[in-house]
Design a protein around this ligand. Sequence first.
Ligand code: PXP
Length: 238
Amino acid sequence: MPALGVNIDHVATVRQARLTFEPDPVWAAVLAELGGADGITLHLREDRRHIQDHDLYTMKKTVQVKLNLEMAAEEEMTAIALEVRPDQVSLVPEKREELTTEGGLDVVANLERVEQCVHQLQQVGIEVSLFIDPDVEQIAAAKQVGVHAVELHTGRYADATSADEQQKEYDVIVKASEFTVAQGLKLHMGHGLTYRNVSKIAAIPDVCELNIGHSIVSRAVLVGMEQAVREMKALVTV
Ligand code: PXP
């Protein structure tokens, strides 16, 4: 049974829409833990569009389950990670203009830079996972740089618009999973997973961590709406 890492970035997205203090992703992390999350995942982006540095520093003190920091393999983020020391860093690609992490990290093309970052993090005891496409060459490169895990990108499977296309992308993920396990790497997966499409992915043998964000935050907004309105209605009913 895979562990569930809950990505709380989009709680911060709502907060940043008003540059205020609510909703607080730290509270969301506590509630996610109460709901059974095995890990809390957060992405500190270069442009700080959602998670802020203080969220990360506070969560380091409050989160009791695995704290997984997603970040780009570059100097500023590496320095922050070395100071905060999350349990795990997941290295992701990062382009300012993208809406979310669109493709996997190109480890093959950035071997030296990734390797250097991985070693710096590992030296202080942080486990490192690389978010990559389900591609044999990328997995082999991940093995070469010495990480303990890879997170296979499930976005193409999630975005498939027909059953045939979804099955094709699923088969790609299964093949890549087998290769990952054969390399002795831990198998994580994430991106675009929802209440509808997660079961097939969770059933893949040896998958040990799933990171899911947008769909959980989306559902939380809706399942909490009725109570939130009821509470406000009581206040305005004078
Ligand atoms: N894993 C990684 C590496 C990601 O970058 C993201 C998005 O921040 C996720 C998982 C979660 O994706 P989603 O929000 O689509 O569930």
